[in-house]
Structure formats: C-alpha cells, structure tokens
Design a protein around this ligand. Structure first.
Ligand code: LRH
Length: 487
C-alpha cells in the first residue's frame, strides 16, 4: 500500500481527539489535529450522547488533519468507548437517541436477565462480566420502555460502527467492540443466537462481526467535499480499550496492563477466555482484543470519580446544562490543585469500594463518598483534600486487590505494571499504585488508544508486522517513565 499517514479518531467518554500518525526511521510519530469535549445531553428523559456534535467534531478534526504539513492521511480509523449503540430503521435513519451507559435506564435490568438465564450460563457463553450498563441490559431497558423502537430496528450499530457508516455509507460491525455488548459468544466470536433467543432480542439487527484490519470503504462524496480529501476508512480495534492494549509497550509476558482514562481497565492478554467460577466471582471479563486475543480484565471506576469531584466543585456536570453545583468550595480547581490538596490530607485513612455501582452516576460524588464512609463506620472526609485522598488510596488499593485476584485466577506471577492512557500522567496515582502493589510501574504512552488505532491501520497496510512489532515500536517511540515502589 502507498498510504503513509494515518488518522485516528479516538473518542472517550470525556474527550475526543483526532491524531495523525506516521512512521519515521522505524519510530512512530504522532501529531494532534483536534481535541474536543464529549459531554452528554438530556433528551426524552435520558442522558444521551450528542451524536451530531461528535460527528461535526470528527469532520472538523479530519479536515484539520488534512491541513497538517505532511498532507492528508490516506487511511483513517475510529475508536470509542464501548457498550453504547444506535438503532437504524429500514431507511437507515437513527431511531431514538444514543443513550449513554451512565443513564439510569438499566437499573434492575441485570435481575431481569438473570430471570431468563443463570449468571453462570451467561458468563460461560459470553465471558463478559456483570456490569449494569452492558448493551444487553440497555437493550432490555429499551425493550421495556420503547418496544416500538426495537420493533422498527433493522440494524444495531455500535457508536464507532455508526460513525463509520456516516463517513462511508457502509455498515460494518466490528468484533472487539461487539464483545462489550455481552451478547457475543466468547468462543465462536459471533452473536450467541441462543442467548438472543433466551432474552428475546431480534436476531436480524445483529450483523456478523468482522475483525480489525478490514476496510469499511472510502468517504462518501459529501463527506470528502466537507473534509477536503478522501481516504479509506479501516477498522482498528474500535473499542478504545482494545486499541489501548495493542499499544502497551510490554517488555515481557509478566506485565499487568492498566488502560487509565475515565475507567481503569486492569488486566492481561490471553489466547483463551477464562470463564471459571473464580473469574465470575471476582467479576473479571474477557473482552475481544486485537489479533484474536482476549483481554482478561477488571473494569475499575478510575478517574471518573476524580473528574466528577472536579466538575462538582466547579459547578459543572457531565450532562450539559444540568449543573450540580457544590456550594461548599469557593473557587474553581484543576487536577493539579486537587492532587496538591490530597497530599496535604495524608494520612487520612478512609477507604471506599470504588467498584460499587453507587459511584457510577451519583447526583453528588462528594456526598456519595461521604455517605459510603459514614455507612461503613469510617471517618468521614471533612475537606476536599480528604475526599481526594480517599479516592486515590481506594483506587490504588483496588488495583492491588485486582492484581492479587488476577494472580490467583490465572496462576501467573506478575513483575510489573504498564499504565497507558491519559491517567498515566498522574504521577501521584502512579506512586501510590507502585507502593500498594509492590511492583514497578511503567507509565506511558499517554495516547496509547490513538496509537493502537493507528498501529492497526499500519498493520492492515503492511507497514507494521503484528502485535509484537507494534509493541517494540511503541517502546522505541514514546517516553516511558519507570516508578519503583520505594520512591
Ligand atoms: C473505556 C470503556 C470501557 C467500557 C466503558 C464503557 O473507555 O470503553 O472499556 O467498559 O468505556
């Protein structure tokens, strides 16, 4: 292939970005073209993604990418957060909204599904952890509230599949993100038709998933005219976590990976799914990864709690227009200040369970943390610093616990932790993680998700050889900081 520059559209639950990547003397180079906020909107009584806004930002980012000195990219790939989807009708028009996974509609849906299929059976089939907002539960909620929408649906597209469709007019269901639905059979890597039947979902809306590396198509004429050039749209691991894991500069097979963003995804890669009763009990998941690997991992609440506290203190919200102002603090704060306050609050000692669903979308994160401490008979944080200290220490403790479970379930020993993603810049959390686990932390690269996205396109174009070469290339291309437990 003659493609030399590759664009990654990488949209997380908090921010999106468009980066351009290319190879230069065996190293990968990256340049950011565009960055934007991803906030939710309130429509029809639900928290929804602003799909129009996301599309416009993607167009704007790709346009800017074409204006960078190296010229327009020849290939582009899109990845986003998992589990969320849109339905299209027979005219290929969106039905309803793209409701966000943090919306309350899923409450009670795990129980509904458990009434139809035993949790052990569900896990044995899909390998996917019980998580309130998995697509399967969202679909059950939709079926209850808007059966007519499900009846009118002809296609279910995950968010990146839908954005690909808007760019090219072609529909593809990409495998890695499809696994986050909780409806794929972990072994066949296809929709579990028996499961669809058991829970009563229309099989015709699910199209057979295709693997990363497949080309979706060229921009439509209309899109090309707006962006100023045409390019091929190629599938990376469209699930952001899948792209991030591909770009982990692992030095050997004994590293635990953490993709740290809104969520902390902590785990390892395996060639087979692990659906043992221990894995079920500890609520580990087997998401589909690049190159037919499985990511055996735990979803940990992560920086979401810190982002939420910051928004709250600053009187803003992740849902546009619904400000959850906190009258308790008199000035706006940024993350650096929050960390400084946290250090001042050492050694405040309350611990919360960061896995608890109560922290998924509370009206006030601060009040929720205070309540959790109070209810568990611990000292209640009195200052913002103590709130932050509680979150950080609880997160690090959760990492340590999860690594211990990982060791127990897989029988493997781990000698290091690789942290990638925006959260790897948090040196305070890195130090606490090293201390809590007794393992050295290797932090970087920050843009792992976009790098993994670009790398999958480079492999598809024949410019990189496969996962091992990607990881060597990433290790040689980006700064990686080592943090030892005793520092
Ligand atoms: C991380 C992530 C995670 C999913 C969640 C919805 O961005 O994709 O892997 O569980 O968002």
């Amino acid at each position: 292939s003659d493609t030399k520059r590759y664009a990654a559209v990488d949209i997380g639950a908090s921010t999106g970005r468009v980066l351009v990547g290319w190879l230069e003397d065996g190293r990968m180079r990256l340049e950011e073209a565009h960055r934007f906020d991803n906030s939710q909107i309130r429509v029809g009584g639900h928290n929804c993604w602003d799909m129009h806004g996301l599309f416009e930002n993607m167009i704007e980012g790709l346009r800017k990418a074409g204006e960078l000195p190296g010229g327009p990219p020849g290939s582009i790939g899109i990845d986003t957060w998992g589990v969320d989807f849109v339905l299209l009708d027979r005219d290929r028009k969106m039905i309803g909204e793209a409701v966000s996974y943090r919306d309350a509609r899923c409450n009670g849906m795990c129980e509904v599904v458990e009434g139809l299929i035993a949790p052990e059976d569900l896990f044995a089939r899909t390998g996917i952890q019980r998580q309130l907002f998995n697509t399967v539960y969202q679909l059950m909620a939709l079926k209850k509230e808007h059966p007519e929408q499900l009846a009118a649906a002809r296609h279910l597209l995950m968010i990146p599949d839908y954005l690909n469709f808007l760019l090219t007019g072609r529909m593809r269901t990409e495998y890695t993100n499809a696994t986050t639905t909780g409806l794929l059979n972990a072994r066949s890597r296809d929709w579990d038709r028996d499961l669809l039947d058991l829970v009563g979902l229309p099989p015709c809306v699910f199209e057979r998933p295709v693997m990363p590396g497949v080309e979706v198509g060229e921009f439509t004429d209309e899109v090309a005219a707006r962006i100023g050039y045409s390019a091929r749209v190629v599938l990376p691991a469209t699930h952001d976590t899948g792209s991030a894991f591909l770009a982990v500069p692992a030095r050997d097979r004994h590293g635990v990976f953490i993709s740290s963003g809104t969520w902390s995804l902590l785990g390892v890669e395996r060639s087979e799914p692990v659906t043992s009763s221990a894995a079920l009990r500890e609520n580990f998941t087997n998401e589909g990864g690049y190159g037919l690997r499985y990511r055996f991992l735990k979803n940990i609440m992560g920086l979401w709690m810190i982002q939420s506290v910051r928004r709250e203190v600053n009187g803003t919200s992740y849902v546009r227009g619904s400000a959850a102002a906190s009258a308790r603090f008199d000035h706006a704060v940024d993350f650096d200040e929050l960390r400084a306050l946290c250090r001042d609050a050492e050694p405040f000692e309350a611990r919360i369970d960061v896995d608890d669903e109560r922290f998924l979308a509370p009206d006030s994160m601060i009040s929720e943390i205070e309540a959790a401490c109070r209810e568990s008979g611990q000292p209640v944080p009195q200052t913002l610093g103590q709130i932050m200290r509680t979150i950080y220490a609880s997160l690090a403790a959760c990492y340590a616990r999860s690594i211990a479970s990982l060791r127990e379930i897989t029988g493997c020993d781990f000698s290091s932790i690789n942290i990638v993603g925006g959260g790897c810049q948090d040196s305070y959390l890195n130090r606490m993680t090293a201390a809590a686990t007794g393992l050295p932390v290797f932090a970087g690269p920050i843009e792992a998700t976009a790098i993994g996205n670009v790398a999958a396109q480079m492999i598809a174009a024949g410019h990189l050889d496969g996962t091992d070469e990607v990881r060597r290339c990433v290790a040689a291309s980006f700064p990686i900081e080592r943090i030892d437990p005793d520092t």
